[in-house]
Design a binder for this molecule. Structure first.
Ligand code: 2YH
Length: 278
């Protein structure tokens, strides 16, 4: 799994407005609408304004990423929530967030990034929410996924969740993983085809969800393809950018926005009937 670095995070806050504009242009949804769609609700089903959110820096493993917590806070503020980063890190930071009345607490170590709803103990996971957000983005950009052929690159956590979601939406999904066994194992639990050659699969697909960490060779991107790509670092070369019709990519924004909305939906739904679980 790719861990964010200081360099990947440093410009996020500055880029949030343009990322939101880009999302509207490419998917027809702004960040809030997309996050609601990914969480299985609509905007009118929830009031996000003023929800108290605490972000707790975590020092374990490779330690604190400069601006990570502040970027999460700013993404969450753009949804209308009231977010602050705790002064203290780790357990003392968690105590600080709870004492300040946070309804949602975000924390990430090198393996798990979660948002906890302190009202009921339910939590949102970044891998699930990133998959859900980028599936919604692909669905928006493609005008629906029912009956469409989609290539998923990577059968790791995000790729497997996205593939499962899209088969549930009626898409015909093909999965490629550099470890073919991993793709085969996935095909035993959900109805997906397995591609043996990444480039042969890429060149024939109009719709791609890229959840693999590797670079994509632009010569094999289908002309006009729509590519939803949470993968970091940015995997496209100049030719790939030119050939693709649409590329949806960001280092943090969509996944965090979906986490915040899904986690809020655990306690704030106006109608308690439509939120997805983790
Ligand atoms: O980037 C990560 C991990 N790859 C988890 C991603 C799960 N999909 N973690 C961020 C670590 C943040 C750090 N501990 C901090 O600044 O608090």
């Amino acid at each position: 799994m790719t861990r964010l670095t200081d360099g990947m995070v440093k410009d996020i806050i500055r880029s949030l407005d343009s990322a939101n504009e880009m999302l509207i242009a490419l998917t027809g949804m702004d960040t809030v609408e997309l996050a609601c769609d990914a969480a299985g609700i609509t905007k009118d089903m929830i009031d996000l304004d003023g929800i108290k959110v605490g972000i707790v820096p975590v020092t374990s493993g490779k330690g604190i990423i400069t601006k990570f917590s502040e970027s999460v806070a700013e993404i969450v503020r753009r949804l209308g929530m009231e977010a602050s980063v705790t002064q203290a890190a780790d357990v003392t930071g968690l105590a600080e967030a709870l004492s300040a009345g946070a309804e949602i607490v975000f924390m990430a170590d090198d393996v798990t990034f979660m948002a906890i709803n302190t009202k009921n103990g339910r939590f949102s996971n970044n891998s699930y929410c990133t998959a859900a957000g980028y599936v919604s983005a692909l669905k928006g950009a493609a005008g629906g996924l029912d009956g469409k052929e989609v290539l998923v690159l990577g059968a790791g956590r995000v790729g497997a969740i996205a593939a499962r979601m899209m088969t549930g939406m009626g898409a015909a999904v093909t999965v490629y993983d550099i470890d073919e066994e991993r793709a085969r194992a996935l095909s035993e639990s959900i109805p997906v085809k397995v591609a043996a050659d990444v480039n042969a699969a890429l060149i024939v697909h109009d719709l791609v969800l890229n959840a693999a960490p590797g670079a994509i060779d632009g010569r094999f991107v289908k002309e006009g393809a729509i590519i939803s790509s949470p993968g970091i670092p940015f995997p496209f070369d100049g030719l790939g950018i030119k050939r693709a019709g649409t590329i949806i990519n960001d280092p943090l924004d969509i996944g965090v926005a979906v986490m915040a909305v899904q986690c809020a939906s655990f306690s704030r739904l106006r109608r308690q009937d439509a939120a997805h679980g983790t």
